[in-house]
Design a protein around this ligand. Sequence first.
Ligand code: IPE
Ligand code: IPE
Ligand code: MG
Length: 254
Amino acid sequence: MTTSGSTAPVSGLDRGRGAPALPAHVAVIMDGNGRWAAARGLPRVAGHRAGAEAVRRCIRAAITRGVGCLTLYAFSSENWRRTPDEVADLTALLRYYLRHKVAELCREGVRIRIIGDLSRFDADVRDEARRAEDMTAANTRLTLVLALSYGGRADIVQAAARVAFAARSGTIDPAELDEALFSRFLLTADVPDPDLIVRTSGECRLSNFLLWQSAYAELVFIETLWPDFDEHHFDAALDMFARRERRFGARPAL
Ligand code: IPE
Ligand code: IPE
Ligand code: MG
């Protein structure tokens, strides 16, 4: 039997029950931009623009609090179902931030990693995304994982396909496939599993985010709409995390 705690790059499982107060990896489902705009009588794109400012506050908070890894769910594989106008607005914002804000993040010691199906974006966005990864590759202060056109099920399926190809070519022995080896084929192979997943806007679902990786994540749902998110909300989520007892299936602490 495989014991997922023994070798998997799973931060929480590796640490066992006496979990430290600070999560090594925080992942955020940034939701509520549209409702924020609607409440002000503004077009949805205004909510997305305000949401981009909240992204900067969140990154800053992660850096100052000493969180090593921050994943932001910016665009899901299902978000392509939105109107062409909204997809174009979101893509334009992404293009702008990749082009103009990566240098600043690089100076602050942020390493950018991108997960998702980039092939669905225009070539210039794909190029900017790769450039952001390359430019920041040596940084160590914060790993910022951007989930773009990301879907948890698609991630598992692409991993399964690559495992099958590797088995067929003899690179791996199917008999040796376990959770740790499988994890290495996921798009998140080089980052630990999230310890804490925060979702804003009051929705209590994962919406196809990090399905495999969230197995033992602590979930925090807050009512705040994403454009209103700031370091106080970040701290409140960290506080909630610190009060949770992580058991990983073992006996509760006495
Ligand atoms: C999150 O805000 C941004 C993306 C999903 C890209 P929404 O656009 O989902 O905002 P609501 O949920 O409609 O308020
Ligand atoms: C999840 O939000 C995706 C992102 C935050 C990028 P959605 O607003 O797309 O999720 P649903 O449709 O409410 O589940
Ligand atoms: Mg939403």
